[in-house]
Write a protein that binds this ligand. Structure first.
Ligand code: GRG
Length: 299
């Protein structure tokens, strides 16, 4: 295993890389409230876990950082769009995000809707820009296909639709897992698929399968940990309202399994993620460390 210190250094270093890249991308004229809201919603101290997953997978596949930046930016832009829209009154109606008023609280609902829209389209603009994404056009198109599929009506948006439909309704564990595979897991797996494409497919099917199996399990473990934190932490530590899922009458891993049961289930998914990496040997240690970091996080 890499020392946690090494992982921390990796996360810090790549957080800086992606934030510098995002600063360059975002429109700067903050007199335009749309642009101010885009900056506010992206450059606001997110953990940048999805870019870290792109960079860590790329490192395992010996892919240089300049071929990963566009993919890392695209997944973070999509993630930020999903947070802005998820916080809207018509969705989760949350007033706090990353420790600050959510986008619609700071800029109004109309601007928040447009901000999410603009961040989503910027993700695809970045992937298709030859200067920002220095890969063959065929690989850029593949990236666009992977990401659009992962976040659309057969992926993240479907998960959100299932989540909204499940308010004030009990659902079983199988349905909850399926919902989160779409809502959270599809974007996690897209991070891995984008890094595989950026590596110009210089790897065997067994590597691809191992990485995607890992991605599915960390997506699940991440979401279980999110439910545990929602049930056990506070607004200040989380930077968003604690207990909001339970208040909305949603079934969560903690309501279905209890906090201890959810912890056991997260540990199982974490172990499965780590086991999935075994065909990759020691080179994949950074991914096992990242998986543990995702599950041990406190916010
Ligand atoms: C399409 C509107 C729409 C939503 C899609 C992903 C999603 C569904 C909504 C986002 C809200 C949410 C609670 C998703 C579950 C995944 C999750 C815990 C997101 C928070 O991710 P972190 O912890 O956040 O990586 P930071 O702020 O660090 O980036």
């Amino acid at each position: 295993m890499l020392l946690e210190l090494n992982l921390q250094e990796f996360l810090q270093q790549h957080k800086q890389i992606i934030e510098d890249f995002l600063v360059r991308l975002l429109p700067h004229q903050t007199s335009q409230s749309l642009y101010a809201a885009m900056q506010y919603s992206v450059l606001n101290n997110g953990k940048r876990l999805r870019p870290a997953l792109v960079y860590a997978t790329g490192k395992v596949l010996d892919t240089p950082v300049d071929k990963l930046n566009a993919a890392a930016a695209a997944v973070e832009l999509v993630h930020c769009y999903s947070l802005v829209h998820d916080d809207l009154p018509a969705m989760d109606d949350d007033d706090l995000r990353r420790g600050m008023p959510s986008c619609h609280k700071a800029f109004g609902e109309a601007t928040a809707i447009l901000t999410g829209d603009a961040l989503q389209s910027m993700a695809f603009e970045v992937l298709s820009d030859p200067e920002l994404n220095p890969l063959a056009v065929s690989l850029q198109i593949e990236m666009i296909q992977v990401l659009s599929k992962a976040i659309g009506s057969r992926g993240m948006v479907l998960g959100q639709a299932q989540d909204m439909a499940a308010e004030n309704q009990a659902i079983n564990l199988e349905s909850l897992i399926q919902l989160h595979k779409y809502k959270t897991g599809c974007l996690f797996n897209a991070c891995i698929e984008l890094a595989l494409i950026a590596s110009e497919h210089n790897n065997k099917a067994v590597v691809r399968e191992a990485l995607l199996d890992y991605g599915t399990n960390i997506g699940l473990a991440f979401q279980i940990q999110d439910d545990i934190l929602d049930a056990t932490s506070d607004d200040f530590t989380l930077g968003k309202p604690a207990g909001s899922d339970i208040a909305a009458g949603k079934s969560t891993f903690t309501t279905l399994l209890g906090v201890d049961g959810a912890r056991e289930y997260a540990a199982l998914a974490l172990q499965q993620a780590i086991d999935a990496l075994s065909p990759l040997g020691y080179k994949a240690n950074i991914l096992s460390d990242l998986a543990m970091h995702l599950i041990n996080r406190t916010s």
